[in-house]
Every structure is written in C-alpha cells, then in structure tokens.
Design a binder for this molecule. Sequence first.
Ligand SMILES: Cc1ncc(COP(=O)(O)O)c(C=O)c1O
Length: 392
Amino acid sequence: MPTLASSAQQVPQSRIRELAEVAMKMDGVLKLYFGESNMPTPDFIKRAASQALEEGYTFYTENAGLPGLRQDLADYYQRLQGVRLDPLSEIVVTASGVQALNVGIRCVLNPGDEALVLTPAWPNASAIIRLSNAVPVEIPLPLRGDRYAIDCDALQAAVTARTRLLVYTSPSNPLGWVATEAEQERLLAFARRHDLWLLADEVYDRLYYAGGELGVPAPSILRKATRQDAVLVAQSFSKTFCMTGWRIGWLVARRDVGEKAAQLNEFIISHATSFIQRAAQAALAHGEDELRRMLVRLRENRDFCLAGLRRMPGVTVPSPDGAFYLFPRIDGLTDSFAFCWKLLQETKVGIAPGVAFGAGGEGSVRICYAAERAILEPAMERLAGFLSTSWR
Ligand SMILES: Cc1ncc(COP(=O)(O)O)c(C=O)c1O
C-alpha cells in the first residue's frame, strides 16, 4: 500500500491553525490568533488591480516577475535602505512571503542538511525545511532582562558538518524582537565563518516603532552584507500594505540563487498573478501615507495592550520594537495550548499558544494587536479576569 512521503509526514499540523479551526466554528470570538490586521486593503491598490485587469494583465509574465515591479523594488531598497540591487538577477517576485521562503530554502538545502532556526518563530520556515528533507535545529532566543537576545554559544554548539543554513526573523513573529545592527553583524560573521547560507525573514520590516519616525524601516541585513555574501531575504506585501489574501512577495538573493529561484518558480507557481503584480507596483508607489496611518494605530494598540498585560500578575512581557505581536510569558504556564483552549471556551478570546512557535515558545502566548480597540479592550479585560481566576 503506497504511503505518504516521509518529508510530508514529518510536517506537523500548525497549532495556531488547530485552535483557530475550533474558534472559527464559534460565534462572537474576539480573534487575536492570526497574524493579520483587520484593515482592508487600501482602495487605490484594489483599483490598480481592476485597472490592470482592464488593461489585459491576464497573461503569463516572466518567472521572476514583471521587470517593472522588480525595478520598483530595486528603487524601494535604494530609497529606504540605501542598498543597490540588480533588479534582473537579485530580485525575484513570488506569490507571497511563504513562497519566497519556500523557493529560497529549496535553492540552498540538500536532503539531510541541517538548518539552524532562531525561535520562537512562525513555524513555516521549519516546516519548509522538513519538506525539503532537511532538518531544522531550533535555537531559542533567551529573554535577557527586557530584551530577547541571540544565544551565540548555543548557535556555535549546534553547528555540525551538515549545517548549511541559518534562518532568523526580524522583526520577529511572535516576539516583536528586532535584531540590532550588532546582532546582524554577529549573525553575518557567524554565517561567513561556518560557510552557511543566511536567510533573513524581513516581512515585518515596515512595522517598526524604534526608527525615530514611524515609516522608517527596520534596517535590512542587506545593508551589512555584500552582494557576494550567501544571504537571502524573504519579503512580502501582506503586512505592510494589508494584502494578506493577495499572495504576493519577493525574494532578494545572491545572483546565482536569484537566477535559480526564478527558474524554479516555473515548476512551483510559474509566477505571481499578473494583475496582482501591477497592484503591488501601485502599493509601492502610493502606499506610504496609508502605512503611516496604520503604524500610528498599531503603536497605540501595542502600548495599550502592553500596559494592560503589565498590570496582570505573573505576566512578563518585553517591549517589542516591531511587527504586531506581544508574547507575554505567564508564570507557571506549562501547557500553552491547553491554556488557550480554556481561554477560548470560557471567554471567547482567541490567541495563539506559544508552543506553536517552536523551542522557547512554551510558557508564553501570542497576542496579535492589529485588531480594533473595540476588540482589544474586551479581550484584555477577559484575559485579566481569566488569569486572576483558577485557569490552572
Ligand atoms: C514571519 C513571517 N514570514 C512570512 C510570512 C508570510 O507572509 P505571506 O505569505 O502572507 O506573504 C508571515 C505571515 O504571517 C510571517 O509571520
């Protein structure tokens, strides 16, 4: 009897999804479990998509994406990060951030290779590594004082002859941690020293609150790396421009990987949807004002939820510099899934269990604060009530 491929069997079910599936069948749940804002895509982006349909963007495009969009992305990096990229060989448009991770990881891992993944982290990179018949080795970011930090000794100790890749996410989902310039330099030096690929997931780079002014992006690793470095960056339009359902992103990579990823796209997705690529160009050209308005709201939400959580006994939560998540640690919590399950059943507040984010995640929960205040306020109140009663 034929069986499923072992690579497919090794991929565990997402525990965020497991809880969400239950929540979606219930009425009146305050939904803070998924990583998306409930703000709709700005109208000008929707109009650009309709216009592109009218203009006939209904045919195949290049595997690497429309040359115009790649040029706009190169200009975007020049403007926001001061980084010069070759749009023809170093940028590949993908059908989402997930697909950027997927094609990037497939380009650099052989079966049996090991990939170091800094966790707690959104589980998709580890799952894609497993799907590539490789092995994710999760290295937790310890909480040191009010900040998560990189455990360089643990990283060093985890390197074996099979290690080929180091993956990190900054700004981080679920921590909100943003790698400092010194930390980026350390990661890059580590990757160079051990001859590893370095994959940075930077999909939250524009949701950054520590840049002095809102709208200033978190610094990309591309500022530190040369174009000859073995560095890849996974990116997306989802979070910055409220385009989660559109499925559009991009990969920046060293020229040889960029060219290979474009070729592999043919066999994975062929290319991102043609008219959506045009809408993405509109987002890059006209999205800044809308983004800044969203950031004002997100920062207020972050501060509101942080203050609320810090009043709750037994809760420790560092101040995050990016993304739209809080990852409070709860004293005595040993089964975050059971905690979230009970919270959902008893209070109709839906949050994500820390265990879903790999090593170092158990004992915490993730709250996405990109919802309206009308949802966040009762959710915080109910969480406080739940924590003060016998949740154990
Ligand atoms: C860290 C991280 N990377 C990548 C993605 C993928 O975004 P998308 O596939 O919607 O572009 C997400 C989405 O939640 C994420 O949290």
